[in-house]
Design a protein around this ligand. Structure first.
Ligand SMILES: [Zn+2]
Ligand SMILES: [Zn+2]
Length: 305
């Protein structure tokens, strides 16, 4: 199953130097998720040939314009392109009112079911799950209510060694093997030991999106041992004081958080428009967390199982 993240936008409040407002496209198997949707996102979707019609769910971290102003355009374009399947949008209180007000005063109706799910920024909450994965929202430290999102595969079954399975093996035994159980006879005697017929499960992968936030070590209470964490780095370390005042983070903050949550890889983004090059961001972050990368637009980050 695929688990890959496409970066659509990586800048903070002002677009600059070819960098756009925050947006990401996460594909986990058949699920296609959009995370934040800054202005201009639909042009980025076209540019990177993203399968927009397959979009299932949108997750909006907070109501600063650089994270959601592109949403109305995408909602309406999906309508014009004949979408009929439901679209579910997870976001803070007020987002549904903003969207429905725009539709109301433009006299527009959307020909597919549009569902809003209000996300609380008070505590870690399960907001969506299917057979394969869970999505949790968790609070961040920002000027207005803001949440991060944790996307995690559910634990996977043990893998059956097909070549070792006898021909007349009852079908119900497959489920037992996948769960790690031995196959026994009516007296409870083990006929087939699980360890001989199965391999350990594949790794359950995870991605945490930490949107706009100040220095917030509480994040480590929400998840740990993560495959990939995205953490904003609006400023270089020299602007730490300003970062604290504006509830944003520096390279050092992101590096320390990645270390604290035992991440395998760190992705940084939400760069301030004051910086032309983002290379210094990666260099600085690496001083605190070696496996750091910049969320460059158009790049795809794949998590292997
Ligand atoms: Zn922002
Ligand atoms: Zn913000």
């Amino acid at each position: 199953m695929s688990f890959k993240l496409l970066i659509l936008g990586s800048n903070s409040s002002l677009p600059a130097y070819g960098r756009h407002h925050t947006s990401q496209w996460l594909t986990i198997g058949r699920s296609h998720f959009m995370i934040d949707c800054g202005e201009g996102t639909q042009y980025q979707l076209l540019k990177y040939k993203t399968p927009v019609a397959k979009l299932n769910r949108v997750f909006i971290s907070h109501l600063h314009g650089d994270h959601y102003l592109g949403l109305m355009g995408i909602i309406y374009s999906l309508h014009l392109s004949g979408r009929t399947s439901e679209l579910t949008i997870y976001g803070p209180r007020g987002l549904d009112e903003i969207i429905t007000t725009q539709l109301k005063y433009s006299g527009s109706t959307i020909n597919y079911p549009l569902t809003f799910v209000e996300v609380s920024a008070e505590s870690k909450t399960l907001i969506y799950e299917n057979e394969e994965l869970t999505v949790h929202a968790f609070p961040l430290l920002h000027r207005i209510p803001c949440t991060g999102f944790l996307f995690a595969e559910k634990p996977k079954p043990r893998r059956i060694k097909g070549a070792l399975i006898p021909k007349d093996f009852p079908i119900e035994n497959f489920e037992k093997l996948k769960k790690g159980e031995d196959i026994t006879d009516a007296d409870g005697k083990v006929i087939f030991a699980n360890k001989h017929l199965t391999l350990p499960p594949k790794h359950a992968r995870s991605y945490a999106f930490c949107s706009d936030t100040g220095w917030f070590p509480t994040i480590s209470e929400y998840f740990h041992s993560i495959d990939l964490i995205y953490h904003e780095t609006t400023f270089l370390e020299e602007k730490e004081k300003w970062a604290r005042q504006t509830f944003h983070s520096t390279t050092k903050d992101a590096g320390l958080i990645a270390k604290q949550v035992k991440a395998k890889q760190l992705l940084i983004g939400h760069f301030s428009a004051r910086y032309k090059s983002i290379e210094p961001f990666v260099e600085e972050t690496k001083q605190y967390f070696k496996n750091s990368m910049a969320a460059e637009e158009g790049k795809i980050f794949t998590i292997k199982d």
